[in-house]
Ligand binder design. Sequence first.
Ligand code: ADP
Ligand code: MG
Length: 247
Amino acid sequence: MTLISLDKVSKVYRMGDVEVHAMREVSFVVEERDFVAVMGSSGSGKSTLMNIIGCLDRPTSGIYRLNEREISRLDRNELAHVRNQTLGFVFQSFNLLSRTSAIDNVELPLVYAGVPARERHRRATEALRRVGLGERLDHHPNQMSGGQQQRVAIARALVTGPRVILADEPTGNLDSRTSIEIMALFQELGAAGITVMLVTHEPDVAAYAARVVVMRDGRIVTDRRQTARPAAADLKLSQPATDGAAT
Ligand code: ADP
Ligand code: MG
């Protein structure tokens, strides 16, 4: 099933008299369960693409469909509903509340969704277990390593049961071994049926995706499948730990 579909989507930012063409007639389809890495140099339009797919920004022209709904035709409530039902977000800088426990961070989207406290706790615990942090529910982000913090952020993205995880440079602040651990986790989520789309500058990270898209000057210039991709979990086990920081 097609989850994400862009038909000649353009995005123009206007800054005074200057127009920046961040995306130029991009047509692009992602089927459910795909695992896409988006690459390209700085300024090529990767974040713009992710923001449009995440419904955080609107196309200047063209049509974007998420889960077969044409996003530009939805009103605010419908849009909020489709987003909450479908998407989970992960960011380069984790965006966690540092003085708040891991479990409270993960519960936050459920607070907004009006889920009762008991059920929130149950679901947040399960999400943290899923990312390997079942023993650290009450730790605060500032007591955790970067890799652990990103796992908390992934649990927060997962807790609402999204079909797609969108991650803009999720390994941008992590060392290479920790990046591979995070890719192992994304591969695991992919195997469990979640569609993953992430931005990365690192070919070593993109190697773990099923499909690599390269952007240049607001266009997709390469879109290829990687048939023999490695299992990140294998490599992870064969290398010594470097991200042991705070426990
Ligand atoms: P990438 O994520 O690949 O580095 P971006 O999508 O952030 O690229 O940016 C693409 C182009 O659009 C760049 O030239 C950038 O300066 C411009 N741009 C991005 N966001 C804005 C904005 N909010 N206002 C003006 N220009 C923007
Ligand atoms: Mg960017």
